[in-house]
Design a protein around this ligand. Structure first.
Ligand code: ANZ
Ligand code: ZN
Length: 877
């Protein structure tokens, strides 16, 4: 019944809470842009969504109560494969499927009482939106940042489309379908993100409010290395010099070969004359990335620029191509690099390994002689710190760092070296051979080449299709779509039929929210500049690289074409980033078979020692229990709708925040929600009880905490302030929402205890009850409204205002120790300014007390001292 009440309260206040409350007048704190990552409209809100939206909605309501103009929008990342696949399965248009899902998910967001600015709602599949995705593409094209080239690409054989590098995991699998990605050569569209690599890298240091692990992931992905290009001349004059990239020029004395990437021009040239090489190349495509296969190029050697020694040249798939500006080549140093070491062992087995760097031990080294010797004998010795050996000519005995600089300098004067910064990141491949995405606004003309669609012809609409029945790109089969005249010369031409990666749609949506109805521009410059960057961005850590890197790139690009202004000049889109941890489900495994068990295969038993435990129904055994990422196959999913309908929206919201810190993984355990339900009931009962206090109930709006507090009131007042301060800071500074909930509970208990003991005056009880009810509003809005309704029926107050944290006070009273001849004889509680009465008045007052008469009467005072809380008498014996 108590739980029923919470559900009913949720229902009663649903409309009011999702609409939110009117702007708090006269506070003028400015605006706050609080954004959570928008969902893909799959049709089902899952528990991970619920977690992000509870976090962002709580912050939204908190800042509104504080008097900010909060922007808290919601929309739909609506293009993408699942819609297309679902449409193929069901034989309907993906647009219809998507729309239906959007309306279902909107309802689910409403049942969790999420308060979003629905007047800013966008869906990336709306022509009004993708018109401007296309506009951005055209601007990129205009600036040389969108181009088409033949490239070896990642092909997902299941979804039959190309993937960006960022969308292939370390095991070579598609991030979406999980299929092993194949390599193919195709003409594709790319965006020039590498041009922004230096800024994307550098500005990471300015993102003070981003989690460091996300910044580290981006740093690794961008992969800046400060290195040197060295020139190796070759002994065959038909070829140009080889340029190798190295971060370790001081290892030149131990270089034993040069290795070329498969697509190096020298390799391509040799290929024409050596059939074996051709065969090597064709089979190399299938080799894993860490392969140490090699092909020795005959009749040609490279010349070490420092020692002038001639060394062999290999073709080696482990040299990554297209990485950096020059064609890829490395100098192979088996003695100091593990990859080179493996390569050498495989291709030149048994041959000598050169070294030129040896460890250096200073006096403070803690290593034993044995350990030192072991380190000296380690091959390869890969540390960048050490000294050069006697094999290193004039550099022998010199520290690696010093030798590096000096070798670079020497070779530089001979035009054989130059310092460069190189980035690992590649340009962003955005072509997708699918229907449900933003059409690329380009027309291919035989005489003019790729011609941009004129801005006035945007959007290039996706042709309406009744049904999609094959995978692959249906646009190329629609004649009316494909055939068009060239906007430049008028002759018959063909439209581009690739659509864009959906990550482009989501790379600028936060701008569109600020000006969602603009029909002439993606967004107004002044409006965007006023509200950007987003103050708090909340989302999953799985987007650490993909979405967040793309968004940073596009925001910077839009800044570079003056689409928005940023006085700091960095054009970073997200000021503070909150990455919420994954929600994991309780998983039961049969210990014998390793099979995941469904809930109806399990049975609860009451084991008195351990509380509730679970056994497998079929065999009575105890299953293995763990928490894992929720998935259908593990039968460990939790349904947010079910939780809301069983426990009400507020308990669900508070429970999800209480279970773990926002950044940590959350092990979903619904049984623990009872603690939250009890707390919410306590709040309602407490409200009722305080309101039933008879006297002095109706406090005026101007009621201030009185100054004549007794000890109990002082403690009560100070406890309340302490928790309020902690709650405020948890929202404002730490975003520590689990502590907010525990502070709510403690605050409630403070009021409850005071109520029970009756030591605090009624007005103060009511005043601080109001503070409690206002402060819980961000997380549990319907219970807060319910309690506020009860209070407001008796007095006027604004529960939407965040309660001010008052100063803590000291007691008006103090306990004094009365000391006679060095011993404490009794205590006396008096106004803390009791001393100020002066010696005679103090003594007179004390003499009136029974204890005073007993210890102080008829004695001759030798000495009298008042200090701190001690009143000391020395009597003559
Ligand atoms: C000689 C050397 C000696 C190297 C040594 C390392 C250790 P980071 O810092 O990760 O960028 N390298 C250069 N280009 C490469 C390519 N296209 N494919 C594969 N490897 C390549 O690594 C820079 C080092 O990676 C470079 O320094 C080069 O090997 C290798 F004891 O040059 B080094
Ligand atoms: Zn033309």
């Amino acid at each position: 019944p108590a739980v029923q009440k919470l559900i009913a309260i949720g229902e009663k206040w649903k409309q009011k809470t999702i609409r939110g409350f009117p702007k708090q007048e006269g506070q003028g704190k400015g605006s706050k842009y609080i954004l959570c990552q928008f969902p893909y409209p799959s049709g089902m809100l899952h528990i991970g969504h619920l977690r992000v939206y509870v976090i962002s909605d709580s912050l939204n309501r908190f800042y509104k109560q504080k008097g900010y103009d909060v922007i808290h929008p919601m929309g739909w990342d609506a293009f993408g494969l699942p819609a297309e696949n679902a449409a193929i399965e069901r034989g309907i248009n993906p647009a219809i499927w998507t729309r239906e899902n959007i309306s279902k998910m909107k309802q689910q967001m409403e049942s969790m009482l999420a308060n979003f600015d629905w007047d800013r709602e966008i869906a990336t599949c709306d022509p009004e939106y993708y018109k401007f995705t296309q506009w951005i593409f055209l601007k990129l094209f205009e600036n040389g940042l969108a181009y088409r080239k033949e490239a070896e690409i990642n092909w997902d054989p299941v979804d039959k489309t190309v993937l960006a590098n960022e969308q292939v995991d370390a095991q070579g699998r598609s991030w979406r379908s999980g299929a092993i990605v194949e390599k193919k050569k195709l003409k594709q569209w790319f965006l020039g993100i590498t041009k922004f690599a230096p800024k994307l890298r550098k500005h990471l240091t300015q993102l003070k409010d981003w989690p460091s692990n996300v910044k580290q992931m981006q740093r690794n992905w961008i992969g800046e290395s400060l290195g040197t290009e060295l020139i190796f001349k070759v002994t065959d004059s038909r070829f140009e010099d080889l340029v190798v990239f190295t971060t370790r020029p001081e290892t030149l004395f131990a270089v034993q070969y040069v290795a070329l990437a498969l697509d190096h021009p020298v390799v391509q040239k040799y290929c024409e004359t050596i059939p074996d090489l051709k065969e090597f190349l064709s089979k190399s495509d299938a080799l894993p990335d860490d392969t140490k296969e090699g092909f020795h190029l005959p009749n040609i050697n490279a010349v070490n620029p420092l020692t002038k020694e001639e060394i062999p040249i290999f073709v080696a798939p482990y040299v990554i191509s297209g990485y950096g500006s020059a064609p890829s080549a490395v100098m192979g140093c088996p003695g100091h690099d593990s990859r080179d070491f493996e390569f050498w062992k495989q291709n030149c087995p048994g041959q000598h390994i050169k070294t030129c760097v040896t460890p250096f031990f200073d006096d403070t080294s803690k290593l034993s002689e044995k350990e030192k010797q072991e380190l000296i004998e380690t091959v390869p010795f890969t540390s960048t710190n050490g000294v050069l050996t006697k094999e290193s000519g004039e550099y022998s005995g010199v520290f690696t760092g010093v030798a590096r600089k000096s070798i670079i300098g020497k070779l530089h004067t001979e035009n054989l070296s130059r310092n460069i910064v190189r980035y690992k990141i590649r340009d962003w491949l955005i072509s997708r051979q699918r229907y449900w995405g933003t059409p690329i606004p380009i027309i291919h003309c035989d005489s003019c080449g790729p011609v941009p669609v004129p801005e006035s012809d945007l959007p290039v609409r996706l042709p309406d299709i009744k049904e999609l029945n094959t995978k692959g790109n249906p646009l190329s089969t629609i004649e009316e779509f494909v055939n068009i005249n060239c906007p430049s010369c008028g002759s018959p031409a063909k439209r581009e039929t690739d659509t864009m990666d959906t990550f482009i749609d989501s790379s600028w949506y936060y701008f569109r929210y600020l000006d969602p109805n603009n029909t002439s521009k993606p967004f107004d410059c002044d409006t965007a500049s006023k509200h950007m960057p987003v103050d708090i961005y909340i989302g999953g850590v799985e987007h650490a690289i993909l979405h967040l890197l793309y968004s940073r790139f596009i925001a910077k690009f839009l800044g570079s074409i003056n689409a928005w202004n940023d006085p700091t000049g960095v054009f970073e889109p997200f000021k503070k980033l909150v990455t919420q941890g994954m929600v994991q489900g309780k998983t039961y495994i049969n210990p014998d078979t390793g099979r995941f068990l469904m809930s109806d295969e399990l049975e609860s038993i009451n084991d008195s020692s351990e509380g509730n435990s679970v056994i497998i129904r079929a065999n009575g055994k105890v299953p293995i229990v763990s928490y894992e990422k929720m998935s259908k196959s593990k039968h460990n999913g939790a349904d947010p709708n079910e939780c809301i309908s069983k426990h009400g929206p507020d308990a669900t919201r508070a429970h999800i925040l209480f279970q773990s810190p926002v950044a940590d993984a959350l092990n979903w355990d619904e049984s623990k929600i009872v603690g939250i339900e009890r707390w919410l009931q306590k709040v309602l009962v407490l409200t009722k009880n305080i309101l039933s206090l008879k006297e002095n109930l109706a406090i005026s709006k101007e009621y201030k905490t009185p100054t004549d507090l007794n000890d109990a009131e002082v403690k009560f007042h100070n406890d309340v302030q302490r928790y309020l301060k902690s709650i405020t800071e948890s929202f404002e500074i730490h975003i520590s929402l689990n502590t907010v909930i525990s502070d709510y509970m403690k605050l409630t208990s403070v009021l409850e205890a005071a109520m029970r003991k009756g030591e605090v005056r009624n007005e103060m009880m009511v005043q601080n009850l109001q503070k409690l009810i206002s402060s819980i509003y961000p997380v549990v809005p319907s219970v807060s409204e319910e309690a506020a309704e009860m209070i407001s029926s008796q007095m006027e107050w604004n529960h939407y205002q965040w309660p001010a944290v008052e100063h803590t006070t000291e007691s008006q009273f103090k306990k004094f120790q009365i000391v006679v001849n060095g011993r404490v004889k009794f205590m006396y509680t008096a106004d803390k300014n009791f001393f100020k009465l002066g010696r005679d008045a103090v003594i007179e007052t004390l003499m009136k007390l029974p204890e005073g008469r007993m210890y102080l009467m008829n004695k001759k005072i030798e000495k009298f001292v008042m200090k701190y809380n001690v009143i000391s008498f020395l009597f003559h014996k």
